[in-house]
Design a protein around this ligand. Structure first.
Ligand SMILES: O=C(O)C1=C[C@@H](OP(=O)(O)O)[C@@H](O)[C@H](O)C1
Ligand SMILES: C=C(OP(=O)(O)O)C(=O)O
Length: 672
């Protein structure tokens, strides 16, 4: 996951390949709750691991459910419809983040389970309505207090015995603000179904397909709800949750919408065409699978099987769409960005519920689309988006409002024909349902040019620390080119290859494919931390022998180029800006006086228990500088277009700020 303050997406040129998507949020949280209410154990395969499921799991654990890993799956031991006596009458506070699928169903279930609970969430959760559900439950005899604003969480739930509940008359619930209120009642009321329980929906039910998910999963847990249209639902007398034993979670169809759109928008790359999505297919039980119909209407070519989808670009520009999107409220946000690439204005109607989700999504989408340059009209329950001509695209910093879907759908704007980059602020909000969204996008997308920052400089100038930190703050990859010969030497030694000309081709092949990663100050070779192994005297000797082999030098050059991957690279070394990445957008030549560098190295060595003198270190450094800058191959010299940074008197923070400021200066973004 990207935990950076912002993530810059360079203009993306194309995309192709296969993605396997994480589990459905709506299915995961329903199955977790049903497994918790049932007796016995349920093994859940392919469960989503994200903020929304973590808060649900945290709550279930606090309620006394058994939760243990079973390989890559999760085994839940249910409560059998009863809270453990150990919970007693003490107040149990439960924090549910911003998960509607946890807050609403748990409110209903806990009201019927008995016990004292306090349910709260993030500030936005306290602005998301729950009054219609609380009204339905209080009408039944449940006791729920508002701890903040009436109609909204946080809530205090008090115990009531089932004898006190008025279950004889139909329970009326409004369905026109959120379908999750009805879902919550359907999931929880089997707890009290001594007789038939009837639920009547007041007002036009929205987001209907989510009710179908609920009914489908209830059936998997042994409860068959009778349905009369969308107005009346009957939970039969004697209904009991019975675990299916094992259950698989489909991949998330709403998450699939970004990749379906990607297939519709992007041209292929390197001879490959189209996006294949695995884990969800046309037969999905999720309503958002109907996004494929909208995508097809806009021109996408879609093939599908039971558990996969394949999407290719068809019509281009896309065809404008006019759609009642009430049945796909989440995925429809993706259409709003696709509309930028259409042949006329697109209208998404009947989407008033957007205003009470993670943020006011109608306002958020209108604001951010306008920042890209688009003309947008919005009203209480619609949004109309005009396509964006090539010349009108602006490089924008997209505010994400702590809304995962805003972050994900705006990434699609990086495919703009104008070649402008897109900045996504607070990209970590995707953790709500798809923590590795951007990594997944980068695994199939290709940029015409991946940005590179080069930091070159003499030994002990602090370039490694500076470069690694700049990379971390930007979410970029990091290349410590100075360690490459050492790692190659080590890899050759481990493969039993003496570092000599006879083994040159083999060592070069090894070097070309080194599975290397530089993270958190460590050098990882195939995931193993070799930071100390490459610093030994012997490793130094091996390094200098392999570096004398021309084929190895060439292979390492290719390897270094391959570090240039989305979303960007910070490379440190001696010839990054001059030889390896001459087209880098920012080159920094980092220096410090020999005295300061000797002092830093001295401190470093002392801390490792190695004794040495400042004077000898300083003369070694000066001799090495002279050798480095006079050698014929890739001498240490600043690139012509490098910016010089002498950090002799600067703190590391100051150096980092300087480089980041320079980086901002070469970016086209205006502030958010
Ligand atoms: O029941 C569910 O799993 C959901 C129902 C929908 O909410 P509304 O019914 O409030 O539209 C949807 O937006 C949400 O992401 C998940
Ligand atoms: C509306 C959403 O979430 P929630 O389940 O919290 O309602 C969503 O995921 O788009």
């Amino acid at each position: 996951m990207f935990s950076t303050a912002f993530l810059d997406l360079p203009p993306l040129a194309g995309a192709a390949g296969t993605v396997r998507l994480p589990g459905s949020k709506s299915i995961s949280n329903r199955v977790l709750l049903l497994a918790a209410l049932a007796s016995g154990t349920t093994t859940i395969h392919d469960l989503l691991d994200s903020d929304d499921t973590r808060v649900m799991l945290g709550a279930l654990r606090a309620l006394g459910c058994g939760i243990e890993p079973a390989g890559s799956s999760l085994r839940i031991t249910g409560l059998g419809g009863q809270l453990p006596p150990s919970l007693g009458t003490t107040l149990l506070p439960l924090f549910l983040g911003n998960a509607g699928t946890a807050m609403r169903p748990l409110t209903a279930a806990l009201s019927l389970l008995g016990g004292e609970f306090e349910l709260s969430g993030v500030p936005r959760m306290h602005e998301r309505p729950i009054g219609d559900l609380v009204d339905a439950l209080t009408q039944l005899g449940c006791r729920i207090d508002y701890l903040g604003n009436p109609g909204y969480p946080p809530l205090r739930i008090h115990p009531v015995s089932h004898d006190e509940l008025a279950l004889g008359a139909p329970i009326r619930v409004r369905g026109d603000v959120s379908s999750q209120f009805l879902t919550a009642l359907l999931l929880a009321l089997p707890l009290a179904a001594a007789n038939d329980i009837v639920i009547e929906v007041v007002g036009e039910l929205i987001s209907k397909p989510y009710i179908e998910i609920t009914l489908n999963l209830l059936a998997r847990f042994g409860i068959t709800v009778r349905r009369d249209g969308w107005e009346r639902f009957t939970i039969p007398a004697g209904s009991r949750y019975s675990s299916p034993g094992e259950i698989h979670v489909e991949a998330d169809a709403s998450s699939a919408s970004y990749f379906i759109a990607l297939g519709a928008i992007a041209t292929g790359v390197s001879g490959q065409d189209g996006i294949r999505i695995e884990g969800v297919g046309a037969a999905s039980i999720q309503g958002d699978i109907r996004f494929i119909d909208a995508a097809k209407q806009m021109g996408a070519l879609v093939d599908s099987g039971p558990n996969w989808l394949e999407i290719r670009r068809g019509a281009w520009p896309l065809k404008a769409i006019d759609l009642d999107a009430n049945h796909i409220p989440d995925a429809a946000m993706t259409l709003a960005v696709m509309a930028l690439y259409a042949d006329g204005p697109s209208l998404l109607r009947n989407i008033a519920s957007w205003r009470v989700k993670e943020t006011d999504r109608i306002d958020a989408m209108a604001n951010e689309l306008q920042k890209l340059g688009a003309t947008v009209e919005a009203g209480p329950d619609f949004i109309r988006i005009h396509p964006l001509p090539v010349a009108d695209w602006l490089p924008a910093s997209i505010r994400t409002y702590d809304d995962h879907r805003v972050a994900m759908c705006f990434s699609l704007a990086a495919f703009n024909p104008a070649g402008v980059p897109v900045r996504i602020l607070e990209p970590h909000c995707v953790a709500k349902t798809f923590p590795d969204y951007f990594e997944t996008l980068f695994s199939v997308a290709e940029a015409s040019e991946v940005p590179v920052i080069c930091i070159d400089g003499p030994t002990a100038s602090g370039k490694g620390t500076l470069a690694a930190e700049v990379a971390r703050l930007l979410g970029y990859h990091y290349l410590d080119s100075g360690s490459l010969y050492r790692v190659t030497g080590l890899a050759a030694r481990r493969a039993g290859l003496e570092a000599n000309a006879a083994n040159e081709a083999q060592i070069a092949a090894l070097a070309a494919a080194l599975p290397l990663q530089f993270t958190e100050g460590k050098v990882l070779l195939a995931g193993e931390d070799v930071s100390d192994d490459i610093r030994t005297e012997a490793a130094g000797m091996d390094a200098s022998r392999v570096s004398a082999l021309p084929a190895v030098r060439e292979a390492l050059q290719d390897l270094q180029h391959r570090f240039r991957r989305l979303p960007g690279l910070v490379a440190d070394g001696r010839d990054m800006g001059t030889v390896i990445f001459p087209d880098a957008a920012l080159k920094v030549f980092l220096t410090a006086g020999a005295a300061q560098r000797a002092e830093r190295r001295h401190k470093q060595l002392i801390s490792k228990g190695i004794s040495t003198t400042l004077d000898s270190l300083r003369s070694d450094l000066e001799a090495r500088d002279a050798r480095d800058s006079s050698r014929s191959v890739a001498p240490l010299k600043p690139a012509q277009d490098a910016r010089h940074l002498d950090n002799s008197q600067l703190s590391i923070e100051h150096s980092i700020d300087t480089v980041l400021n320079w980086w901002q200066q070469v970016q086209p973004f205006k502030s958010a």
